[in-house]
Design a protein around this ligand. Structure first.
Ligand code: 5AD
Ligand code: SF4
Length: 359
């Protein structure tokens, strides 16, 4: 195992061994990834204040609790004023950057709304607040318009790099095409966004080989940022019927940590988020991820009354209690990991600057 861990390019078989490691081997892996993190990105954590401004979605992903056909949830849409006020809160509290996330909508009105919000937020924060968008698949012109209005990062998870598995986890209705997702990621890179992707770990039908290929996909795609977390079943989704065939939540959690650790070894200088899904399984999940390789946390700053309705999966944390994601609480928890929060910084991934210098 030591021999494998000392490499930074792995074969599929080696990746599978790493992902299956337990006991002392797992500790070796985590020590290695923690060391690499410290050396290349430092023991520093960047914050992105997450604003989940609407749970209205035009899509129907089989795994997701806010899919269009789930009529058991109440749909909400924050007013522009509330969004801008929340962004201002992030700025004043030195978060450094925010993420605007919502269900996926493609319309001229939606495009214009986001452009307008970006301009307002940029103006109000003297161009000093970094803005990441996580608004799904859009036309290239739309991505360009938002980039020109001030967004500089975009998150679009590939969910799985296996086209076969992608087909299984999405409905076959022409609206959920793997190729479109891939093209969108390419557009984002071409336009100049710091580009983030990620996968879910522990999906029904997913194999270790799929996960190993996911890691290789991220490396080959030269991705700048990654957010990946465990798949967590949601009762009001078509995929709930597979709940018996899943790994235990604990095993999905452990596997997610190992994915983060291996990715950190493969891609030293990218940003890796400690995802909320990890915190959903283990209240200290994000801190555990920070210790072994992640360097970004996305505290939920969505105004409290709306949070309960953005349930992508069961057990989603802090939907009622927003204290657990308050700045003070996060500061305290991060300090236990011997990392420091870089308040007020954008926290751009070094990888991005290297990538664009190659073009
Ligand atoms: N479990 C874990 N993650 C989920 N997402 C959606 N549904 C689930 C689920 N049931 C993730 C997807 C999506 C992101 C916004 O949330 O990866 O890209
Ligand atoms: Fe909509 Fe995203 Fe959920 Fe799919 S994963 S249903 S696009 S919010």
């Amino acid at each position: 195992m030591q021999e494998i861990i000392n490499k930074n390019r792995f074969s599929i078989d080696e990746l599978i061994k790493l992902l299956k490691s337990g006991g002392d081997n797992k500790s070796l892996l985590f020590n290695k990834s923690a060391g690499i993190k410290e050396k290349y990105v430092g023991n520093i954590v960047y914050l992105r204040g997450l604003i989940e401004f609407s749970n209205i979605c035009s899509k129907n992903c089989n795994y997701c609790g806010i899919r269009k056909e789930n009529n058991k949830i109440e749909r909400y849409n924050l007013s522009d004023n509330d969004i801008v006020k929340t962004a201002q809160f992030a700025y004043e509290n030195n978060y450094g950057s925010i993420v605007l996330q919502s269900g996926e909508l493609q319309s001229i009105n939606f495009t214009k709304r986001i452009t307008n919000l970006l301009k307002q937020i940029k103006l109000l924060t003297n161009n000093k607040l970094g803005i990441t968008l996580s608004l799904g698949e859009q036309k290239k012109e739309v991505y360009e318009e938002w980039f020109n209005a001030g967004a500089h990062r975009y998150l679009l998870r590939i969910e799985t790099s296996s086209e076969d598995l992608y087909k299984k986890i999405h409905p076959d209705d022409g609206m959920h095409l793997y190729k479109n997702r891939l093209n969108c990621l390419k557009y984002l890179q071409e336009i100049g966004y710091q580009t983030g992707t990620g996968v879910m770990i522990g999906l029904p039908f997913q194999t270790y080989e799929d996960l190993a290929n996911d890691l290789i996909f991220m490396k080959d795609f030269d991705i700048d940022m990654v957010g990946m977390g465990s798949y967590i079943e949601h009762a009001d989704t078509p995929f709930y019927k597979y709940k018996e065939r899943l790994l235990s939540l604990q095993d999905r959690f452990e596997l997610s940590l190992k994915m983060i650790a291996v990715l950190r070894i493969m891609m030293n200088d990218i940003n890796i988020a400690a995802s909320t899904a990890l915190q959903a399984i283990d209240p200290t999940g994000r801190e555990k991820a920070i210790k072994i390789g992640a360097n970004v946390i996305m505290p939920n700053i969505t105004p409290g009354k709306f949070r309960d309705n953005y349930k992508l999966y069961n057990y989603k944390p802090c939907t009622i209690d927003n204290a657990s994601d308050s700045k003070h609480f996060i500061e305290e928890k991060i300090s236990l990991t011997k990392n420091t929060i870089a308040f007020g910084e954008w926290g751009d991934p070094k990888h991005y600057f290297k990538r664009i210098s190659k073009i």
